[in-house]
Design a protein around this ligand. Structure first.
Ligand code: ADP
Ligand code: G6P
Length: 733
């Protein structure tokens, strides 16, 4: 039976060693708590880190560690103290976490940590690969493992891989500051489906992919190499029933927890006290300091509530080896001390502060006993606590005050939504919550509860996995077969068996990778060696067929014996020393109409460039911001379109280039003309863009036509990139 392999840094349980005994405690944090129920139900396995370093596990304890994990269907990746330092405390939590949460000033760029991150990601990927059986699918989670999808895909291209990011994906302007930004994106793009909590994170990611990997987007599908990668948002839910049922049980419970007893005792002494709850990991993204200051401001602004309102603040220790977390701990201690010192009365302290993890039952006690939940993260991927609070309000009373910066705010808009930096607004929201009539509380909570119940964690996981299934079964829209394995062998064999062959090779994007400026994509030694090798065999007719002008090709290939066809089929030269022969009669009198328009567009589109050829003008936008470039190219097309009919012109759309040229001149016509006096028994044509499609269409049916890259094509075959073109051509020597 096939299974799902969940991969995340944290396993659902964290192990500790206490007096030579292995202790397992449930992991805290949205990812582990959220996925626990998904894992518990299936027959899958969960791969992650146990929380112990190699140095901590002495050989006599190792079997107990294995047993504790095995019981929970978990496998652990073994990490040394040094690896945990560089990978977890280092690159994950000193570089990625702050950067992705817009704390750019906290983000450290340390090359050694990056190297460790790569190595540890490879360890995770290796363990995944070891555990894959036929038809399994792999679901990788979160920012600690951004490179794993690509590492697994490389070894197991047949396996379906999903990736979900549990934290925000920042805007391109922030993400671009990361020195290893391309590698990170490439790592993620190993997945077939990439999921985010919100549409905003999704569009930030797509914008970075478009700008940094220079990929084409088709709505939320990215054409990457020859694969289709789908990007979508799936807001994570919670195990609703677990919280809801526990809350029902809570109301019936006879034995009370310590926390509940303290709350009850306090209510007994001061019957009119209202409790405001806040729960998070102690993290600078959670806005804990802002929350305390806002509460202080509330007590100052509404002194009638002194002695009547208490903030119950629960913070779980987190990542305490990272300096900012230590500083935050000190800052919070001081702030709590200051506010309590300033306002405390004999029977009342304004803030109850717990710095520890709590068992599930105690969390439920708090969710049930506090009429207000105050969650003020300055950035938060989702914030499950908000949903847990709503699910635990059995009688639907209670008010949720929630930061607009939490992903959950997108779904819970009946809550009182606040800006976490606006202390006055938070103070007013507390006041509003305190006086809100019960019927209004219930009205809003029923709507939110219904949503939290319907879109629970199971539904979330299910929708993700169904969508993953769908992406993989949907192949790119083409019948073109990849040139590899048997297909490649058969092409090479037909070539070798033939007595006379013609090779039509496009230049840019086929024989030379694109450069920012067209003039920089000149041929290198490796290309000359390959072309000379092919040309040396008298059975071969080698034709370079390009949209470039003849001057450029003369400069680059003028001394070579191959045939050159330039400007999309306007000129032909049959080897060094021969004259250029004009294949079509055209003129360029229309330049004076079109050129000023192109010039105007170039002036207002930074990075664009005009290339004047003998009988055509090209407008290149490869160096323009991709989104702006596409928009301007469309605008330019619409501006020129009405003018070209009178001059028998056409607009050719190449790869990041628009070219205006005389109609009827194209590579299809030129290549068939070339074949007129030849009777080859093998024809091969390779090209990467739209202009090459003429050639693929017009050449005889028996020709081997190969599209370079993943765009739509009528070619029979497809090959990845320039590097793979070179590899194939070498087999023709
Ligand atoms: P994050 O993922 O950033 O930690 P979330 O709010 O999404 O934030 O998830 C936090 C999870 O950790 C919730 O499921 C919550 O119940 C749990 N949790 C938070 N604080 C505590 C605590 N003091 N003790 C136990 N569990 C906690
Ligand atoms: C967030 C992250 C999780 C992480 C959790 C707890 O929810 O998205 O990946 O596990 O915080 O942090 P920790 O560093 O203790 O794993």
């Amino acid at each position: 039976m096939s299974k799902t392999i969940i991969v995340s840094n944290r396993l659902p349980l964290s192990l500790n060693i206490n007096q030579n005994e292995v202790e397992a405690t449930p992991s805290v944090g949205g990812l582990a708590t959220g996925l626990k129920s998904v894992h518990a139900d299936g027959n899958g396995i969960w791969i992650g880190w146990s929380g112990l370093t190699e140095e901590e596990i002495n050989p006599s304890l190792a079997p107990n560690v294995e047993k504790a994990l095995e019981n929970q269907k978990c496998r652990s990746v073994s990490l040394s103290e040094k690896e945990v330092d560089g990978f977890y405390y280092g690159f994950s939590n000193r570089t990625l976490w702050p950067l992705f949460h817009y704390f750019t000033e906290y983000s450290e760029f340390n090359n050694e940590d990056w190297e460790t991150y790569k190595r540890v990601n490879q360890k995770f990927a290796d363990l995944v690969i070891e555990n894959i059986e036929d038809n399994d699918r792999v679901w990788v989670h979160d920012y600690q493992l951004l490179l794993v999808p690509q590492m697994v895909k490389e070894k197991r291209p047949d396996v379906k891989i999903g990736f979900f990011l549990h934290i925000p994906f920042p805007s391109y302007e922030v993400f671009r500051t990361l020195p290893w930004r391309e590698e990170i994106l490439q790592g993620m793009m190993g997945a077939d489906l990439i999921g985010f909590h919100t549409y905003d994170y999704e569009r930030h990611f797509l914008s970075s992919v478009q700008r940094l990997l220079i990929c084409d987007l088709d709505f939320n599908n990215v054409l990457y190499d020859t694969r289709n990668v789908k990007v979508d948002s799936f807001p994570m839910g919670i195990d609703f029933n677990k919280f809801h049922n526990a809350a029902i049980e809570h109301s019936k419970a006879k034995v009370k927890s310590e926390v509940q007893e303290s709350i009850d005792k306090h209510k007994l002494i001061k019957g009119d006290t209202q409790f405001i709850l806040s729960i998070d990991r102690l993290d600078y993204t959670k806005g804990i300091a802002q929350r305390i200051m806002a509460f202080e401001h509330f007590l100052e602004k509404y002194p009638e509530y002194l002695g009547k309102v208490r903030l119950v603040m629960l913070a779980v220790p987190s990542r305490s080896n990272v300096p900012q977390y230590q500083d935050l701990k000190n800052e919070i201690d001081q702030l709590v001390g200051r506010v309590n010192g300033k306002f405390s009365e004999v029977n009342w302290t304004p803030i109850w502060y717990f710095y520890r993890s709590m068992p599930f039952e105690n969390l439920i006690d708090l969710y049930c006993s506090c009429k207000i939940a105050l969650l003020t993260p300055v950035r938060d991927g989702m914030n499950l606590v908000a949903k847990e609070y709503i699910a635990s309000r059995v009688d639907n009373t209670g008010v949720l005050i929630l930061s607009e910066m939490a992903g959950a705010a997108k779904e819970l808009n009946e809550a009182l939504i606040i800006n976490p930096n606006n202390l006055d607004q938070i103070a007013d929201a507390i006041k509003t919550a305190l006086v809100m009539p019960e019927k209004d509380q219930i009205k809003g909570n029923i709507i939110m509860k219904d949503r939290v119940q319907r879109y629970n964690v199971e539904r979330w996981a299910n929708e993700f996995l169904v969508s993953l299934e769908d992406v993989v079964s949907k192949k790119p829209e083409t019948a073109a077969r990849a040139v590899k394995g048997k297909v490649e062998e058969s092409i090479v064999k037909s070539f070798r068996d033939a007595k006379s062959r013609v090779l039509f090779l496009d230049y840019d994007g086929t024989l030379a990778a694109f450069k920012n400026r067209p003039e920089d994509a000149y041929p290198g030694d490796e290309l000359f060696e390959i072309l000379d090798g092919i040309h040396a065999n008298p059975k071969n007719n080698l034709v370079l067929i390009t949209g470039r002008d003849r001057e450029t090709f003369d400069r680059w290939f003028g001394s070579k014996p191959y045939t050159l066809i330039t400007e999309h089929g306007l000129w032909q030269k049959d080897g060094a020393g021969a004259e250029w022969n004009q294949l079509e009669q055209v003129n360029n009198r229309w330049f004076s109409v079109i050129f000023p328009i192109l010039e105007r567009f170039t002036d207002r589109t930074p990075g664009s460039q005009i290339e004047i050829k003998n009988y055509s003008i090209a407008w290149h936008f490869r160096r323009v911001d991709p989104v702006l470039g596409e928009a301007r190219a469309n605008e330019l097309k619409n501006t020129i379109q009405p003018l070209i009919g009178n001059h028998s012109l056409e607009i050719m759309e190449g790869d990041k280039v628009l070219e205006v040229k005389v109609s009827g001149v194209n590579k299809g016509k030129a290549s068939t003309k070339f074949l007129a006096n030849l009777e080859p028994d093998f024809i091969i044509a390779m090209g990467d863009d739209w202009t090459d499609e003429f050639m693929f269409k017009d050449l005889p049916d028996s020709s081997t036509t190969i599209k370079v890259g993943n765009k739509k094509t009528v070619a029979k075959f497809r090959i990845n990139n320039t590097k793979s073109v070179y590899e194939l051509l070498r087999k023709f020597i």
